[in-house]
Ligand binder design. Structure first.
Ligand SMILES: [Zn+2]
Length: 220
């Protein structure tokens, strides 16, 4: 999973991360920046908070690429994309979670573009990097500030409290779990998506490609 700033992974897909870890899947989070340009906290506090969240969530890998916050893409866009592509080849994720491209925060939309292109470059034979070519099975987009019509909604009713705890690890950013302090209304959004699937809480995801169904069992 890729995120622009520490805390974005938890805000956008914390429930999905908890569920994946509980299901025994190997989960890794790569943050592109340390969020050092944010009004609250600094580079050190934000890295420490992300490390704490990593332990709480039980994810295997959490890496920060240290690109400059509020200044993505770093220097040369192609270089940045290739660097991310090399990470994809190194870790070989079957599924990559990416922030949705329509977002009022420029770092969020730029991260979406960089990671989408990096997944493409990772599979190209003629792109020579430190690791051999690798094809990601699915690129799945998650919401931060933006909104889409979801391809699917994950029931995170059982995981919501742990998502909330993971978000509150970022003490430099959020004094309380409320609309006043969060960058967008996480509680209300999860309640809304949950209501669409008759669950208490849900997280929405978007796929550019449809998922193939092999039979009708999913509907029964
Ligand atoms: Zn962010």
């Amino acid at each position: 999973m890729f995120a622009p700033h520490p805390d974005d992974a938890e805000l956008g897909a914390g429930g999905a991360i908890v569920k994946a870890v509980d299901e025994g899947l190997a989960v890794g989070i790569i943050d592109l920046t340390t969020g050092e340009m944010g009004s609250l906290g600094n580079k050190e506090t934000r890295i420490n908070e992300a490390d704490k969240a990593k332990k709480n969530l039980g994810v295997k890998i959490r890496e920060n690429l240290g690109f400059p916050d509020a200044n993505l893409p770093f220097e040369d866009k192609k270089k940045t994309i290739l660097f991310v592509a090399s990470k994809i080849r190194e870790y070989q994720p079957k599924v990559v979670l990416i922030p949705y491209w329509e977002d009022r925060h420029p770092d969020h939309s730029t991260t979406s573009d960089i990671v989408t292109k990096a997944c493409h470059y990772a599979k190209l034979k003629k792109v020579e990097l430190d690791h051999p070519r690798y094809k990601v099975n699915h690129m799945i987009y998650y919401e931060l500030n933006g909104q889409f019509s979801p391809s699917y909604i994950l029931d995170i009713s059982q995981e919501f409290e742990r998502k909330k705890e993971a978000i509150m690890t970022y003490k430099s950013q959020f004094k309380e779990f409320s609309k006043e302090y969060l960058p967008f209304p996480v509680y209300e959004r999860c309640r809304f998506y949950g209501s669409l699937i008759l669950a208490d809480f849900g997280e929405a995801f978007f796929l550019k490609n449809p998922i193939a169904l092999k039979d009708w069992k999913i509907f029964f």
